[in-house]
Design a protein around this ligand. Structure first.
Ligand SMILES: Nc1nc2c(ncn2[C@@H]2O[C@H](COP(=O)(O)OP(=O)(O)OP(=O)(O)O)[C@@H](O)[C@H]2O)c(=O)[nH]1
Ligand SMILES: [K+]
Ligand SMILES: [Mg+2]
Length: 399
């Protein structure tokens, strides 16, 4: 039996299993089996060849991907927001590959990716599902484009497809600590009463994964699905904004109703409605942190910020220094910070200081003299020199 048939069989079995305390452990086993099969399905085919991925180099301060059913207006939106032309037309599957563009907003550059339409069954490899999903997993934010004139359940279908390939939209990882061990058996602890999981179910799920030694600590009232997500360990927690396009075909009441839904925004590419609102929401959800640098005795450089984010290496002072140059980290003594992250104007901060959007930073470097500790500038230069000579020698030996 193929993987797909096995999945169908388990889904059927789950469908006819009544949900109650007595069947919980059985449901746990079925869900674990299903999760394992779905993970198997995601593995690249062993035989060579197999559909090629969309290779697009990362660019700018963050990556946003457009995902949606065919002909909802993804390409039209890319063209509107980035000025890069992506062909749009009234027939489905106009776009066949990944088309990158760049949004310039708040002095930051955000890469926007147009993608082929996705269909139900994409998770099982239908259409170009596999490639589209791979790109989505590489994004810092998803824009799920929906046709405002079509039924609301389209959002649910698409969300289910993404869930099936291990993506979790607008959720944070379950608060469960899970450590596999070599010996010692299974130790289960919880910081509160679990109302969705009993010992028998937990044991059955661990058995299904052939885990006989581990520490498990529940820090919240977790579910079967939470436990499986933590064991699988390959889930991607991604932010998603639901963009309802074509509101030019909707009534005012419908538009208001969409605007009230969580993480949802109504727009119209035809009438260029609410692009400002969309860009603002994209910005908020990406959580980008612009840091402006300032040299002693000069005004801050407000033209070209260093843009940090949690998705790209973090937002601490150390992350900021590393982004400028590794050597800055070596020379760093302290930094003066002006902005919402500082208590005083300026505040003297160390490497662990967390930066906030629009902070201004002036790094004060150590005064480096010869130094017997071998950390001085000259000692460093000497080391760098030796390293270069070594590299040249090695290269010469190879040729
Ligand atoms: N009424 C209306 N139609 C729109 C709007 N935006 C796009 N369209 C139309 O919707 C159709 C599909 O647009 P595309 O941009 O090709 O859609 P897509 O999602 O990229 O489609 P595929 O690449 O085939 O998946 C085209 O006929 C567009 O002109 C809008 O705001 N309102
Ligand atoms: K189209
Ligand atoms: Mg398109």
């Amino acid at each position: 039996m193929g993987i797909l048939e096995k999945i169908k069989e388990i889904e059927f079995e789950m469908g006819r299993t009544q949900k109650n305390k007595a069947t919980e452990y059985h449901l746990g086993t079925l869900k674990a089996k299903l999760a394992k099969l779905r993970t198997q399905l995601q593995e690249p085919p062993k035989t060579g060849g197999g559909g090629e991925g969309f290779e697009v180099t990362k660019y700018g301060d963050g990556r946003v991907a457009l995902i949606g059913f065919p002909s909802v207006g993804k390409s039209t939106l890319l063209t509107e927001l980035t000025g890069t032309n992506s062909e749009a037309a009234g027939y489905e599957f106009t776009t066949l590959t990944c088309i990158p563009g760049v949004i310039h907003y708040n002095d930051a550059k955000i890469q926007l990716l147009d993608l082929p339409g996705i269909i139900e069954g994409a998770a099982e490899g239908k259409g170009r599902g596999r490639q589209v999903i791979a790109v989505c997993k590489s994004a810092d934010l998803l824009l799920m484009v929906l046709d405002a004139g079509k039924p609301h359940y389209h959002q649910e279908i698409l969300t289910r497809e993404l869930e099936a390939v291990g993506m979790r939209l607008n959720r944070s990882p379950p608060k469960i600590t899970f450590k596999k061990k070599k010996t010692g058996g299974i130790a289960v602890n919880s910081m509160l009463q679990l109302t969705n999981l009993d010992d028998r179910t937990i044991t059955r799920i661990l058995q299904e994964y052939k885990i006989h030694n581990c520490d498990l600590l529940f820090k919240e009232d977790s579910t079967i699905d939470d436990l499986i997500d933590v064991i699988e360990g390959n889930r991607r927690y991604v932010k998603c904004l639901y963009v309802y396009n074509k509101i030019d075909v909707c009534s005012m009441e419908e538009v208001e109703e969409i605007a009230r839904r969580p993480y949802s925004i109504p727009i119209s590419c035809y009438q260029k409605l609410n692009f400002d609102g969309l860009l603002k929401r994209i910005w908020e959800m990406m959580g980008l942190v612009r840091v402006y640098t300032k040299k002693v005795g000069h005004k801050p450089d407000f033209g070209d910020p260093v843009v940090l984010s949690d998705d790209r290496g973090g937002t601490s002072m150390q992350d900021f220094c590393e982004r400028i140059h590794q050597s800055l980290l070596r020379e760093f003594q302290y930094a003066l910070v002006w902005g919402t992250s500082s208590k005083h104007m300026p505040q003297r901060c160390g490497l662990s200081h967390m930066m906030e959007d629009e902070d201004v930073v002036q790094v004060v470097k150590k005064k480096i003299t010869g130094g017997e500790d071998g950390k001085g500038r000259f000692a460093q230069q000497a080391k760098d020199y030796v390293r270069t000579v070594d590299r040249v020698k090695k290269a010469a030996l190879k040729t």
